[in-house]
Design a protein around this ligand. Structure first.
Ligand SMILES: Cc1cc2nc3c(=O)[nH]c(=O)nc-3n(C[C@H](O)[C@H](O)[C@H](O)COP(=O)(O)OP(=O)(O)OC[C@H]3O[C@@H](n4cnc5c(N)ncnc54)[C@H](O)[C@@H]3O)c2cc1C
Length: 204
């Protein structure tokens, strides 16, 4: 059978494979650890908890207590949404039986099947999901550094960057110039730069 993502998350196929593992090992409930509570990680955690109906212990490790979505952030720039509407806590996931830990995962030991957190906690797992999103790497773009983002905000990570970009546009003098460069193809969201430009134009 072709294993599609929907089957993996939706039909309990993965769950049944997981449930078999600890029976062999003679342990308690099978454990899934998810690193990263963004759209990807939070959705995976939510559906594993839901489909396994509590038979799988799900732990979500997320660095921040509040997730600010990139999606809809352009609408915030255009003045169609407020910033708070982009922000989401993790209370609903806790209510769904997921153990949510706000800490940064700093290491994975694949042989021992453990995740180490910055706070020193070590989490054992049977299956691990890595969903840390993207980040910027100092020195990866010639002539650009992380500090430059404080002057020329990219707003690729929603939060303070999005707010900084909006405040800069709002502070522009009459006749000022707004310049934006779309990344070369292929990139994740082809309409993104155009959506952003439309919103900035609307704001101006
Ligand atoms: C401006 C913009 C607009 C967009 N608009 C849309 C849209 O309209 N529709 C759409 O479908 N997509 C849109 N996207 C794309 C979408 O935001 C991403 O595809 C999506 O956020 C990816 O989800 P993710 O879970 O993989 O990563 P992220 O959302 O980046 O989440 C990763 C999470 O992992 C956490 N994390 C990272 N490292 C660690 C660690 N070591 N320990 C603990 N936690 C960690 C981070 O704190 C973060 O919360 C947009 C993107 C941008 C930049």
């Amino acid at each position: 059978m072709l294993l599609k993502r929907r089957h993996f998350l939706g039909t309990g196929l993965a769950a049944s494979a997981l449930l078999a593992a600890p029976a062999v090992l003679g342990q308690g409930k099978p454990k899934v650890v998810v690193i990263g509570g963004g759209a990807g990680g939070a959705t995976a955690a939510r559906y594993i908890a839901k489909d396994s109906e509590g038979a799988i212990e799900v732990t979500l490790v997320e660095a921040n207590p509040v997730y600010t979505t990139c999606f809809f952030s352009n609408l915030y720039l255009g003045g169609f949404r407020d910033f708070e509407s982009l922000q989401h806590g993790y209370g609903k996931l806790s209510e769904a039986g997921i153990t949510v830990i706000h800490d940064t995962a700093t290491g994975v030991d694949r042989a021992a099947r453990t995740v180490t957190l910055a706070g020193g906690q070590v989490l054992p797992y049977d299956r691990l999901i890595l969903s840390p999103g993207i980040d910027f790497k100092e020195g990866s773009v010639p002539g650009w550094s992380l500090a430059d983002a404080e002057v020329m905000p990219h707003a690729y990570k929603a939060g303070p960057q999005t707010q900084l970009l909006k405040s800069q546009v709002e502070a522009m003098p009459q006749g000022g110039v707004f310049a934006m460069v779309a990344p070369p193809n292929p990139y994740r969201c082809p309409p993104g730069p155009y959506e952003r430009l439309c919103m900035i134009a609307h704001l101006l």
